[in-house]
Design a protein around this ligand. Structure first.
Ligand SMILES: C[S@@+](CC[C@H](N)C(=O)[O-])C[C@H]1O[C@@H](n2cnc3c(N)ncnc32)[C@H](O)[C@@H]1O
Length: 232
């Protein structure tokens, strides 16, 4: 995907900025909050509920640390890592969350060690990415997560209500990733990588949180045995 939006720095990497135009990046959180404030809260709640004490959490496309800041406020025991391609976004997140490790990089090549993360989160990033970069992001989540790690992915997906279908039509005019995800692209890509993806909750009838297990269960062992039911 080419980014044809005004960018003053010709050496900057090619990506779609958080608020569609680079000049709006400082205002991203303010502009997005009316629609996404509840999504950020629910994502942070999912992390706080799931993460074990002292766990490491990585946010792929962290933006101005919208989710990580809420996690930090509730769970100071967690180690937080944010990755974003946009230096301007990272500068904002560094000011707001100085205690986190904030790294510049693409979600398709995150500067994080193998099997070092307990929970990966990503909110409203995938619809900004070309298909091959989304595929790369799934592979990177698999690489950096520990064997029993979880990936919470929240983004535009297949609409569940008429108003959700209307919103997808509206946003799809500006960002093509919204339209492709509305026809099941996330599920297709996850299946192509043998990744299990389960929708958990939906906001506005079109933004869905998916729980993803990137490590397949050990083969040859019945799942009922693994979950404990086979032990009686
Ligand atoms: C809509 S914002 C979402 C930010 C944050 N996750 C949230 O929910 O508020 C999308 C973010 O993805 C980042 N982004 C876009 N393409 C990226 C890529 N290839 N790798 C990493 N981050 C990317 C943008 O810089 C931006 O911060």
């Amino acid at each position: 995907m080419r980014n044809d939006h005004a960018c003053s720095d010709p050496t900057a990497p090619d990506f779609l900025p958080g608020a569609h135009f680079h000049f709006l990046t400082p205002l991203y959180e303010l502009l997005a909050w009316p629609m996404l404030g509840g999504v950020w809260r629910a994502m942070a709640d999912d992390v706080c509920r799931t993460a074990q004490p002292g766990a490491t959490v990585a946010d792929f496309g962290c933006g101005p640390a919208t989710v990580l800041r809420q996690v930090a406020a509730e769970r100071p025991d967690l180690e937080l890592v944010g990755v974003d391609i946009d230096a301007q976004m990272l500068a904002i997140s560094r000011r707001r969350l100085p205690g986190a490790r904030l790294l510049q990089g693409s979600v398709a090549a995150v500067p994080i060690e193998d099997a070092s993360i307990d929970v990966v989160v990503s909110s409203l990033v995938f619809h900004h990415l070309p298909r091959d970069v989304k595929q790369g992001a799934f592979r990177e989540a698999r690489r950096v997560l520990k064997p029993e790690g979880l990936f919470f992915l929240c983004d535009f997906s297949m609409p569940t209500t008429r108003s959700g279908a209307w919103l997808v039509g509206l946003f799809g005019r500006f960002e093509s990733g919204v339209a492709s995800q509305a026809t099941g692209e996330l599920q297709e890509l996850a299946e192509a990588e043998s990744i299990s993806i389960t929708p958990r909750w939906t906001c506005w009838g079109c933004i869905t949180q998916h729980e993803i297990r990137v490590q397949p269960l050990r083969t040859g062992v019945p799942s009922s045995f693994i979950s404990g039911q086979g032990l009686v």
